[in-house]
Write a protein that binds this ligand. Sequence first.
Ligand SMILES: [Zn+2]
Length: 189
Amino acid sequence: MVYHLAMKAIGTTLIVVDMQYDFLEGGALAVAGATIEMAQKIERLSTLFDQVILTADDHPEDHISFETFAAHCVQNTEGAKLAITSRATVLYKGRNRETEEFSAFAQGRRINFIEGNDVYVCGVAGDYCVRQTIEDILQYAPEKRVFAIVDMIRSIDGLSYIDRDPFSGKVRFVTSEQVQKRIAFRQEE
Ligand SMILES: [Zn+2]
């Protein structure tokens, strides 16, 4: 166990975006390919990181988002529950009825919660909340290195960041396998 702890890299944060039952297959606003198995893989991966942050939609019943999307992640419902239970800081968003809030770091709010210099992001949906989360980190914490774990992200449009980079080369795209190697053995790129 000591050996395992000693291998942990210093200064890595994993941000898991909205792995809530309503976004998983079978949920109220399901993202294709987002499954319990994916949540379990992310959970296992999370043990490698110094810090884990989960973000979660937590909407009132009449949230403005429901004009665009099917109602989802309504406060205190089963669908709002997180499919990941790791030791983690949970940042809730979308609580204000009038405000669409794809990212927990909108306007730079709570950006200081992110401790690691290397920030890895995964979750759903890649074309909405994951994307906005990454854009906020790039904007409000430009000193950080940002990695997207592409095989642990699913998008509503079915595309991967590999198909179409929305970040103009500012984000490093990695697989969960590469993350395991890079963090566990502290490999440089
Ligand atoms: Zn929402």
